[in-house]
Design a protein around this ligand. Structure first.
Ligand code: 5GP
Length: 114
């Protein structure tokens, strides 16, 4: 499978504004932010989207989830709150075929999203 932009960021081939990383995830600012805080969390273990989650070790998925929460904590979003989004597939307009969680926060977010 061809490398995505996030494979290249993980490999250090493309720079990113990293806000958090550990053994399981890397989190960096979205290049086109949709909120005052907009960060993408990517697991080091490759998968295309959350649709592949049933094929993966629950421990890997758990570390990913913890990485999302730890990133939000690092951003200081715990008190005000934040939204986590997984765009999945065509109708959700997923553009990068490497799973990523969007963390959005820093302002009151609208619900329902478009
Ligand atoms: P998707 O639409 O697949 O859920 O989200 C992909 C996100 O990746 C978009 O919000 C887009 O702005 C972001 N993005 C695309 N290319 C780059 C890049 O090279 N660097 C960073 N930091 N974000 C990117």
């Amino acid at each position: 499978m061809e490398d995505t932009i996030f494979d290249k960021i993980l490999a250090g081939e493309i720079p990113a504004d990293t806000v958090f990383e550990n053994d399981h995830v890397i989190a960096f600012r979205d290049i086109s932010p949709q909120a005052p805080e907009h960060v993408l969390v990517v697991p080091r273990n490759r998968m295309t989207s959350i649709a592949e989650a049933p094929d993966h070790d629950p421990a890997v998925l758990g570390h990913f989830l913890q990485g999302i929460a730890l990133t939000a904590e690092r951003l200081g979003l715990e008190e005000g709150g934040y939204r986590v989004v997984f765009n999945t597939g065509r109708d959700a307009q997923q553009t990068v075929a490497y799973i990523h969680a969007h963390i959005l926060g820093g302002r009151k977010l609208q619900w329902p999203p478009g």
